[in-house]
Design a protein around this ligand. Structure first.
Ligand SMILES: Nc1ncnc2c1ncn2[C@@H]1O[C@H](COP(=O)(O)OP(=O)(O)OP(=O)(O)O)[C@@H](O)[C@H]1O
Ligand SMILES: [Mg+2]
Length: 354
């Protein structure tokens, strides 16, 4: 029988202002033990502020934070445990590696401040370095590390004291694309092997989906949508979420319960909605769901096509009315025009006032 899931982190009605600016507006979420939660959103939406509040590096104005059944912050009861009493590991965007220390001294730091014995520090450092693929690197100078190696050292330091919760703040933003993809895979395997609970801050949805079972899409201090990677990506509830994942957002009006009109005579079939004819809507369509066709499609003008290796990035003007972006198989375009189709079930319709 499946084990019942246990809530490990609970955040309730968390608010934080800087002067008159409200950075977090009553944020609530929970994370089950061993799970990852990703905080995803554009720059300035409040991701780092949430991490800092969980870590105890920032004092929220209101709300409650519970880690492993223990209240670490509660504005109502005046509880605010200092960071060192919250037993967590953090990987900052900047890595924060000390250049004058060796790799081993950097990684062992959280144990040293906890007054762990020298022999145990040595054993744990070795274990952590092995986990991140840097076995035997203890004696190297931290000054001579590449970005990717620094990232691994920061990761080893975050897990060396066996924290039950690890907070990641865009740990891969300084790495090149290939290294990011490798690290993403390594981190995922590490997470599966040692089973820590994590909060992962990023604005890269590929990274969020790889490392978290749940995703919070944030905007201006608010949660726009919360759900599995699959749900937030394929079933966005709001135009903001769809736009964040790169959907085309087209303004139109319902002409019937299963058809959207963009201009006189320019219509698209959608799956049956409960929206009345005349309702202004947004039609949200992924680039991959705008399909090239030979006949019976909507006529489009090809404005731009850019070869991207795995696909062509297309900018199309449809019926002379709206522009659409599409991802197509690389091919030759012998004509400046083409035709497209969009399957009704691939067009997500939302009332325009959401
Ligand atoms: N110490 C501070 N004083 C004043 N304003 C702050 C402070 N820290 C953060 N802010 C503001 O709060 C908002 C949220 O900041 P935060 O760092 O949480 O954003 P973020 O989502 O992590 O962004 P990024 O993706 O750029 O790292 C921003 O508008 C920021 O300017
Ligand atoms: Mg940030």
């Amino acid at each position: 029988m499946a084990q019942p899931r246990r809530t490990f982190v609970r955040v309730k009605n968390l608010s934080k202002s800087y002067g008159a600016f409200q950075a977090l507006k009553s944020i609530s979420f929970s994370i089950d033990a061993g799970d990852g939660l990703a905080l995803l959103g554009p720059s300035g939406c409040g991701k780092t502020t949430i991490l800092r509040c969980i870590a105890g590096l920032e004092t929220p104005d209101a709300g409650l934070i519970e880690i492993d059944g223990k209240v670490v912050f509660d504005s109502a009861r005046g509880i605010d445990l200092p960071p060192e009493k919250r037993e967590l590991g953090i990987v900052f965007q900047s890595y924060a590696i000390w250049p004058h220390m060796t790799v081993g001294e950097n990684v062992g730091l959280p144990l040293k401040v906890r007054r762990v014995s020298k022999s145990e520090i040595e054993a744990r450092v070795e274990e952590a370095l092995t986990l991140v693929g840097l076995e035997g690197w203890q004696g190297r100078s931290a000054m001579a590390l590449s970005g990717g190696q620094q990232q691994r050292v920061a990761l080893a330091r975050a897990i060396v004291h066996h924290p039950r919760l690890v907070l990641f703040d865009e740990p891969m933003s300084n790495l090149d694309t290939q290294l990011r993809e490798d690290m993403r895979m390594d981190l995922r395997q590490l997470q599966e092997r040692i089973g820590f609970t994590s909060v992962y801050v990023t604005h890269d949805h590929g990274e969020a989906f790889a490392l978290a079972r749940n995703v919070l899409v944030m905007n201006r201090g608010l949660v726009e949508m919360q759900g599995s990677p699959d749900a937030v990506y394929f079933k966005p509830h709001k135009p903001f979420v769809a736009k964040f994942f790169g959907y085309n957002i087209l303004k139109g009006t319902m002409s019937s319960a299963d058809e959207v009109e963009f201009a006189p005579g320019l219509r698209l079939r959608v799956i049956l909605t409960d929206l009345a004819a005349g309702t202004p809507v947004h039609a949200c369509i992924r680039k991959e769901d705008v399909l090239f066709c030979e006949s019976d499609g909507l006529p489009c003008e090809i404005l731009t096509h850019i070869f991207q290796g795995s696909h062509d990035e297309m900018l199309l003007r449809c019926g002379g009315v709206f522009d659409l972006r599409a991802h197509w198989e690389p091919r030759r375009y012998d004509s400046p025009s083409c035709q497209i189709t969009i399957a009704p079930e691939r067009c997500i319709v939302m009332p325009a006032n959401l």
